[in-house]
Design a protein around this ligand. Structure first.
Ligand SMILES: Cc1cc2nc3c(=O)[nH]c(=O)nc-3n(C[C@H](O)[C@H](O)[C@H](O)COP(=O)(O)OP(=O)(O)OC[C@H]3O[C@@H](n4cnc5c(N)ncnc54)[C@H](O)[C@@H]3O)c2cc1C
Length: 468
């Protein structure tokens, strides 16, 4: 039986970050991976393919919709869906090779085994009939799309985000069930490619976790480009009619029927924790199957840690990687590191993008029972006016007594890039005066952040754009 210093089950972002830390510490580690190719969700069926296709959609759509009158009729591009999928596949292959396979080759002490890992005791894992043993484990097996047990689900053809990123033919119409980040990104990808999109969202707003103002503004922008969005839509029944998928849903109090060529389930994720012998190791999971961990990512078994989607914190590549690295440090160095999830930024890569960090107004109210917030429309930023790109808004929440910034939530072009100033503010507990006192480049959309900070103490609608 081969022994290792660290056994990592799962070869995605979490597993790789853990392996990197193990290698830095001179440990003998093994990654066991199966299911998705090495690199896991992000590079193969997640961040990378979705962002490539989003950008292809933007390149095709935006020149056809110029903002300036001087550019008449837009530019008439042609679009080849099969080429888009090929181009996306090429980028996935390239980044898997450069960011994972080549990186792994350079990590001293690391072995990768292709196969399904299964605990057979608290200190032993079996893979391909081979037994491996260690005193330290990290579970980083990720998640996969969740399929809700809608009536008729077994008799209807549907796709998940995985198939949606690799369709062989551009559908004329698509129903997207679920208006979270993945559902909305895929909705816009296909809408911009030319597919007629209908989104069905059970909750009162799209992006249920976001500030309502942000969700409302994004919905307005998506609808303005022809995406049909139904909130408060409760799916009653799925069925097929010829080549069409049919969804009967109660929207508000009206029963409505939606038909489309493709039906995309974007209803969240479930953890990959079944059939891997967690009960034999003594690792406890939540009711939904996520591995239970403490603040230091340690499971109910002290020598087993877990990281990434499988622990059910924000489902982000960056979090999986940070957790993997932290878990490996805690496991191998005996540290007690924890992650501050309050200052983790997240983004939705629609156009305009959504990005947020820290608490929403409602979350702050729940914790402290008082709050101070301001919302600024991007249209109030000089750069936005100059370039005629006025979609979006930014909402800032501060502690009313200390004026420390506790949350920033925005919808704006390039919001995913803009959020980092806010991230530093939340992480390092900056006040609105710290931001106001910082000279920002004029004219930039980043000035939105300074302007919203200024709006706590003055009426910015009466300010010249150049006043401090
Ligand atoms: C469409 C889409 C778009 C996304 N876009 C973004 C984005 O823009 N930005 C962002 O930050 N995040 C994004 N995410 C989320 C991000 O991809 C995930 O949060 C992240 O990749 C999770 O990494 P992980 O290491 O926890 O799991 P994974 O990357 O899923 O890796 C787990 C690996 O373990 C394997 N495995 C499972 N069980 C076993 C077993 N028993 N034995 C061996 N191997 C096993 C799996 O097959 C997989 O290869 C996106 C996700 C999707 C689906």
């Amino acid at each position: 039986m081969e022994r290792f210093d660290l056994i990592i089950v799962g070869g995605g972002a979490g597993g790789f970050a853990a392996a990197t830390k193990a290698s830095e510490l001179g440990a003998k580690a093994v990654i066991i991976n199966s299911g998705l190719p090495i690199g896991g969700t992000c590079v193969n069926v997640g961040c990378v393919p979705s962002k490539v296709l989003l950008e292809i959609g933007n390149e095709y759509y935006l020149p056809q919709h110029p903002r300036f009158e001087a550019v008449r009729n837009g530019h008439s591009a042609t679009f080849d869906f099969e080429a888009a999928i090929r181009e996306k596949n090429g980028m996935v292959d390239f980044l898997r090779e450069s960011n994972y396979i080549k990186v792994a080759e350079g990590l001293a002490g690391l072995t990768i085994i292709e196969g399904r890992g299964k605990f057979i005791s608290p200190k032993q894992v079996e893979v391909n009939g081979q037994m491996l043993a260690t005193d330290k484990f990290i579970i980083a097996t990720g998640s996969r799309p969740r399929i809700l047990p809608f009536k008729g689900i077994d008799d209807v053809h549907y796709i998940t985000s995985r198939e949606a990123l690799s369709l062989s033919r551009l559908p004329k119409s698509m129903i997207v069930i679920g208006a979270g980040p993945l559902g909305l990104e895929l909705a816009q990808i296909y809408a911009r490619f030319g597919t007629r999109i209908t989104v069905l969202q059970r909750g009162n707003q799209i992006l249920t976790w976001s500030e309502p103002e942000v969700a409302e503004e994004l919905q307005r922008c998506l609808e303005a480009e022809g995406i049909l969005i139904n909130t408060q839509a409760h799916v009653e029944m799925l069925r097929e009619e010829g080549n069409m998928r049919v969804v009967d849903a109660k929207v508000g109090s009206n029963l409505q029927t939606f038909k489309a060529e493709e039906l995309l389930m974007a209803t969240g994720v479930v953890p990959n924790t079944e059939d891997m012998g967690l009960e034999l190791a003594g690792v406890e999971v939540t009711r939904d199957g996520f591995v239970q961990v403490n603040g230091e990512l340690q499971t109910s078994v002290p020598h087993i840690w877990a990281a990434g989607d499988v622990v059910g914190k924000p489902f982000l590549e960056t979090i999986a990687a940070k957790e993997g690295y932290t878990a490996a440090s805690n496991a191998l160095e005996g540290t007690n590191k924890a992650i501050d999830y309050d200052s983790v930024p997240k983004a939705v890569f629609t156009d305009p993008q959504v990005a947020s960090v820290g608490l929403t107004e409602e979350e702050f109210m729940k914790r402290y029972n008082f709050c101070s917030c301001r919302t600024l429309e991007i249209a109030q930023v000089p750069k936005a006016q100059a370039i005629k790109e006025t979609r979006g808004l930014v909402k800032m929440t501060i502690h009313p007594e200390t004026q420390v910034i506790v949350g920033v939530h925005m919808v704006a072009p390039m919001a995913a890039d803009l959020i980092h100033e806010a991230t530093l503010a939340v992480k390092f507990k900056l006040t609105i005066d710290n931001i106001i006192d910082t000279v920002h480049v004029f004219p930039t959309i980043s000035e939105a952040f300074k302007r919203v900070a200024q709006s706590f103490t003055r009426d910015i609608s009466k300010m010249s754009c150049c006043v401090e």
